[in-house]
Design a protein around this ligand. Structure first.
Ligand code: NAD
Length: 256
């Protein structure tokens, strides 16, 4: 059980981050949700998790594109036994047309934030004598696709940074790993289905299997519950010697 541990999950008011928060709460951890907004519904998500799982859950606003806010999130959390760096955005364009501000935002949110939060969290983990850093990278942390230069660069960076954090903590009861999802059915992905159906003049199932999951041999989306379960496993005693590696949850994508 993760009772008594506090997990901070960046970018967790939707999708995979929220799924991870739910699974960690289910395993008994107190959770800190985060995004850059400060709406009633953000705080309501935390209240819902607290009610569902009988843990303490808070929502803390912090913009992961800003280094000082990343560090402030960890300070405001108080304890931080489990750090899940999950916040991320995407932009798709050829490299010679890639907007500079999109490049900077993707590198900041998808990669630099993990540096800042980890730097702030490690002293707390050392003080507590236990810690887990889990970076949500991507199949694009291990392979590439055209038109995703910033995303692929950031995710490869996160996979590399995870190895360094693992080496710097290797002799301590702290581990650091990357989790590399393939295509996951999040609200973001769900929203793309109607447009893609119209574009290819295909039905829902056909568009999912032939277009969206073209690179995912299982032809199934991974789910946020499966990602949450993988993160919970990395927090378990069974995973104490798993450090500096990446776990793919991608239906065979990276085996191709
Ligand atoms: P999502 O859009 O549902 O979630 C992204 C989260 O990041 C949201 O909570 C959003 O509010 C937050 N966020 C965005 N900008 C932020 C900022 N500046 N500060 C703080 N929070 C911010 O998408 P998702 O699919 O759940 O993605 C979560 C992570 O999983 C990302 O790192 C993404 O790259 C990765 N991923 C997703 C897939 C997929 O198929 N969905 C596949 C591989 C990797």
């Amino acid at each position: 059980s993760l009772a008594g541990k506090t997990a901070v999950i960046t970018g967790s008011n939707s999708g995979i981050g929220l799924g991870i928060a739910q699974q960690l709460a289910k395993a008994g951890a107190d959770v800190v949700l985060n995004s850059f907004t400060d709406r009633d519904e953000d705080h309501a998500l935390a209240a819902e998790i607290a009610a569902d799982y009988g843990v303490t859950a808070r929502y803390i606003k912090a913009d992961m594109s800003k280094g000082d806010e990343c560090r402030m999130l960890i300070e405001k959390a108080g304890r931080c036994d489990i750090l899940v760096n999950n916040a991320g955005i995407q932009h798709v364009a050829p490299i010679d047309e890639f907007p500079m501000e999109k490049w900077d935002a993707i590198i900041a949110i998808n990669m630099n934030s993990a540096f800042h939060t980890t730097a702030a969290a490690l002293p707390k983990m050392r003080e507590a004598g236990w810690g887990r850093v889990i970076n949500v990278a991507s199949a694009h942390g291990l392979t590439a696709s055209p038109f995703k230069s910033a995303y692929v660069a950031a995710k490869h960076g996160v996979v590399g940074m995870s190895k360094v954090i693992a080496l710097e903590t290797a002799e301590e009861p702290i581990t650091c790993n990357a989790v590399c999802p393939g295509y996951v059915l999040t609200p973001l992905v769900e929203a793309q289905i109607p447009d893609t159906m119209a574009k290819y003049n295909m039905g829902r199932e056909e568009v999912i299997k032939k277009v969206m999951l073209e690179r995912q041999p299982s032809r199934e989306f991974a789910t946020v519950e499966q990602l949450g379960g993988t993160v919970a496993f990395l927090c378990s005693d069974a995973a104490a010697q798993i450090t500096g590696t990446s776990i793919s949850v991608d239906g065979g994508w990276t085996a191709l």
